[in-house]
Design a protein around this ligand. Sequence first.
Ligand code: HEM
Length: 390
Amino acid sequence: MSTPAQLPFEQTNVLRLAPGLRTLQAQGAVHRVRTAEGDEAWLVTGHAWVRQLLDDDRLSRSHPDPKAAQKDSGSALLAGLLGGFATDHARLRALLEPHFSPERMLALRPYVEKLTGQLLDALAGQKPPVDLREALALPLPIQVMCEWLGVPQEDKDRFGGWTQDAAGVGDPARSKQGLGELFGYCRRLVADKRRNPGDDVISRICATEGIEDDEVLGLTALLLFGGFETTVARIGTCVSLLLADREQWQALLHDPGLVPGAVEETLRMSMPNPHNGGMLRYALTDFEVDGVTIRAGDRLLLNIIAANHDERVFADPGRVDVTRDTAGSLVFGYGAYECVGAMLARMQLQVVLTQLVARLPTLRLAVGVEELGLRHNTLIGGLIQLPVTW
Ligand code: HEM
């Protein structure tokens, strides 16, 4: 067998698929790789296989040997968190879904619009260049999550820090510490909501008949974790993809009705962390993928970004086209585990783009694309900075 390819692939343009990943994808759907942490894994790059394996009972999101997972990377910690959710997945997921209904999202939207407006007022009041990540992408999702979950505003910075620590890779101790702090905080919050319920998601979940405190706790931590860094990272990558392509930005200026399509297209293309390789799964049994034998216990990395650049599904996949039909995009996963917060993420991105286009039509990158860098020390990643001018 050939030597495993070493992750991460070198990437000079953070807005384009890494050439090494594109080359592997052209050779086949599944590849032996060594992760940045030194673990061997199977990297899956073909759209059809990634889609199938995202929703496949032969794979698990939790490590088959919890002791080994302790020594593993930060991503395994996250997998453990999701794994707990997986043991009673259908029931717990059904508890979450109503909170993301179109009615709930509509009710939350004015808050997102107001907050985005305030953050952009502050941004516009500064002397350019300004880091759009710091001024908008980072504060918006934290505060939206606080409002929606019922986390007191004064605690937002603390849990923002913990989720970032928990998502850190390369430092398992810090990652565990962050996760521990997050759980400790959420435990106190749940107890408080039991005593003083409000009109918020945690209080409504607490009101579910027969639900245990530990279950509410797990769901809260999962939502905090799932909804924060992911959205921060995508606001940065989606906005930069449009700012780097003046033709597409102009299209939005002429027709703001294209914003929802622009959100889907830039989500399809955005690659916040090439370092991490893909969605981590563990094989529960032996089986074949594209003629390659996978053994029980093997790690698989389902690379959504590569899948979203598969030419068989998206013609000229490296070109931003806000009018593209993005059906088939796997940005939010697929099947039973598909992102439950997709509507909330989409709504925030739509509000951000709508207001940026309306209020700062001359917005542009203050540095060349080649100067943009990605965070490699977190699970979700995202741009290190997004310097803009107008
Ligand atoms: C643009 C932002 C986001 C992206 C790209 C994203 C992506 C994903 C993906 C790919 C999955 C599937 C995981 C898997 O198959 O193992 C997922 C699951 C999940 N996401 Fe998101 N997500 C985002 C925002 C959010 C938000 C805002 C929330 C909550 C407020 C959230 C909560 C969750 C939860 C709870 C799951 C687990 C679902 C399940 O296992 O049934 N996500 N997300």
